[in-house]
Design a protein around this ligand. Structure first.
Ligand code: ADP
Ligand code: MG
Length: 146
């Protein structure tokens, strides 16, 4: 796994900009694992990705509180999963979500520890670490250099 970049952001806007940059590197079939505690900024980063890949207004991208999956369609199809309320990968499979993962879309997954371990697709990773009030450390890893 290669580290493509690590950066510090000092505002939600900076994190969205990092999301746009990550969005430009993503390609169909990739599943992006977003790792970080509640409030770290995973959804904020996905706002930038969705803006870049699907032309979606960032205000339309929210944590799917009542859904587990939001789908954004633009020049690419982006599937945004928030699996916080799932208890296990068995529940993921039982709920029929597997068919929305992988394939030609780009998937961004919050709480990816709920995904089945056996799933085989190209995994990329973003770690977001809460440093202080408006400061976050973002690390982006992929199996390939750009
Ligand atoms: P998560 O999806 O990881 O639970 P959210 O993106 O929903 O987190 O929430 C992050 C919160 O932190 C938002 O209220 C956002 O405005 C705030 N925030 C403050 N500074 C930053 C930053 N540098 N990057 C991302 N979010 C930030
Ligand atoms: Mg979230």
């Amino acid at each position: 796994m290669k580290e493509l970049f690590t950066l510090l952001t000092n505002s939600p806007e900076d994190t969205k900009e990092a999301g746009r940059r990550i969005g430009r590197a993503l390609r169909p079939g990739v599943v992006l694992y977003l790792i970080g505690e509640l409030g770290a900024g995973k959804t904020t980063l996905i706002k930038g990705i969705a803006q870049e890949l699907a032309g979606i207004d960032p205000s339309c991208v929210t944590s799917p509180t009542f859904n587990y999956l939001n789908i954004y369609k633009g020049k690419a199809e982006l599937h945004h999963f928030d699996l916080y309320r799932l208890s296990s990968s068995e529940e993921f499979i039982r709920s029929g979500f597997s068919e929305f993962l992988g394939g030609d879309r780009i998937c961004c997954v919050e709480w990816p520890d709920r995904l089945p371990l056996s799933a085989h697709f190209e995994k990329w990773f973003v770690d977001i670490q809460y440093l202080e009030f408006e400061q976050r450390k973002i690390t982006f890893r992929s199996p390939y250099a750009p």
